[in-house]
Design a protein around this ligand. Structure first.
Ligand code: P53
Length: 484
């Protein structure tokens, strides 16, 4: 057998989120979450590359009144709520060391601002954790993965309101106390930077209720930073030995050319992405951001003690999702198009997925090296993978060689970074079982090793089937990454 350069105990596994997986949106006493309100929009009608916002109070009211779509894919997920035993058995068959999942906050606190938790919700996750334990799989649990209780949007306009800090900390302490013997690895906010593209999904903000969108987003983020640091503190106090991390949608940015203008533009774009981890890992706002706030008339309201909390309770490790890289130019004309994350200057050296996400395995190595140079804390790749259309052949097989190629190239580059001494705790590929897309609510954008028979409209038997990549990944884990 070839020699592995992955450390012993490396946490191989897969990643999911409650809102895209569980379904059962109104069972077990669960309250509505923000993503329960996002309707499916067919590709031809989509105005954006991502379609996950509710933008106004009127739009939300109409959705609640049942006017508009009746297709809300995240409400049905893939029915993990009822099928978790079968799914976990399949993860165990692949040899998963860890399973990344999230707790749906409104399953525990249906409105988000109650004092007493919903026992049925707590009991559900007990059953899931027990099942994982039975198979020797370590849970890695995200506290908040786009599952804010909808009531907190309606009543408080989400994280713009300081009171959410207390509600979140109460929720975090409740689950730390309940699961302290079952869960050792935690994450606070999934892709905390997503608020800058989607204030609704990232922070529960209806933008028509605020005067200045950017001001509201950065204020909401400040509340999340404080809430996250308080959760780190609580986690360490309640569960000795537990590790808790932050989570960033990492967008490494390259310069379009070696012109210093382009290089500077790329550096500044990258800083905007690393701002979040600068705060959460180092424990203070970076000075370049203070300049940005000043020049853009953004004023962050801080309470006495906030800066101390951030400084005293940084995260134990930095986790991130990695799907693609970006390109920046110093020429404002070229950047004009770049309205969000995704559009921007295409990189002529890279191919793209069917959704236009540019595939860049070496970028993962670059990112790992750069982040480790900057922070010197353990890193954890908690999402990576290829969203693709899969085809079930006549014999029932799914030949997803493109996914195997994608993942083996990324894992290989991760291995190269590890050879350089970068500390990587583990790798959990996104959507290890097909689930509902976050960005487009499609079922047909599939990431899994396990196929789920369901279409964009909820038709299908929900039967699970192994794809070709299933056995491939099983061998990757069995050889600790030596055979890709
Ligand atoms: P989908 C945008 C860019 C990078 C990652 O995304 C993103 C998003 C949001 O669409 O989200 C993460 O399902 C997120 C997961 C999500 C996954 O990436 O749009 O943490 O919830 O499913 C993939 O293809």
């Amino acid at each position: 057998m070839k020699k592995s350069h992955f450390p012993e105990g490396f946490l191989w596994g897969g990643a999911t989120a409650a809102n895209q997986l569980e379904g059962a949106y109104n069972e077990g006493g669960k309250g509505l979450s923000i993503f329960d309100m996002v309707a499916f929009v067919p590709k031809e009608e989509r105005g954006h590359e991502i379609e996950m916002d509710v933008r106004s109070e009127a739009e939300l009211e109409a959705l609640l009144a049942g006017n508009g779509s009746d297709n809300f894919p995240k409400r049905r997920g893939i029915d993990f709520y009822h099928r978790y035993k079968e799914d976990i058995a399949l993860f165990a068959e692949m040899g998963f060391k860890t399973f990344r999942m999230s707790i749906s906050w409104p399953r525990i606190f249906p409105n988000g601002d109650e004092t007493v938790p919903n026992e049925e919700g707590l009991a559900f996750y007990d059953r899931v954790f027990d099942e994982l334990q039975k198979h020797g799989i370590e849970p890695l649990v995200t506290l908040s993965h786009y599952e804010l209780p909808l009531h907190l949007v309606q009543k408080y306009n989400g994280w713009t309101d300081r009171r959410l800090v207390e509600y979140f900390v109460h929720y975090a302490e409740t689950v730390f106390n309940r699961y302290k013997d079952k869960v050792k690895y935690w994450l606070t906010f999934n892709e905390i930077n997503v608020s800058t593209i989607s204030p609704y999904i990232g922070s529960g903000i209806l933008v028509d209720r605020v005067e200045n969108r950017e001001q509201a987003v950065y204020q909401a983020l400040h509340h999340q930073f404080v809430a996250s640091a308080r959760a780190v503190k609580a986690c360490h106090e309640i569960i000795p030995g537990a590790l808790i991390g932050c989570m960033l949608a990492r967008m490494e940015t390259y310069a379009e050319t070696c012109s210093p203008d382009d290089v500077l533009a790329a550096l500044e774009e990258d800083q905007k992405n690393l701002f979040f981890t600068d705060v959460q890992v180092r424990g203070y706002y970076p000075s370049y951001m203070n300049r940005y706030f000043e020049e853009n008339d953004i004023k962050i309201d801080m309470l006495p003690g906030d800066e101390e909390i951030l400084l005293q309770h940084p995260v134990d490790f930095l986790s991130f999702s990695y799907y693609m890289t970006m390109v920046s130019s110093g020429s404002p004309d070229k950047m004009k198009e770049k309205g969000n994350f995704f559009s921007g200057i295409p990189n002529p050296y890279l191919e793209a997925s069917d959704w236009g996400w540019q595939i860049d395995p070496k970028g993962l190595r670059i990112t790992l090296k750069k982040m480790y140079d900057r922070y010197q804390v353990p890193l954890f790749i908690v999402e990576n993978g290829l969203g693709a259309y899969d085809k079930v052949e006549e014999d029932g097989s799914i030949q997803d060689d493109y996914r195997i190629d994608y993942m083996s190239a990324h894992i290989e580059q991760m291995g190269e970074a590890i050879k350089d001494g970068v500390e990587v705790m583990g790798y959990t590929s996104w959507g290890c079982i097909d689930l509902i897309s976050a960005g487009t609510s499609e079922m047909s954008k599939r990431y899994g090793f396990i196929y789920v028979d369901q279409d964009d409209y909820g038709n299908g038997t929900l039967e699970r089937k192994k794809k070709k990549s299933f056995d491939w990944y099983k061998n990757v884990i069995a050889t600790n990454g030596a055979e890709l």
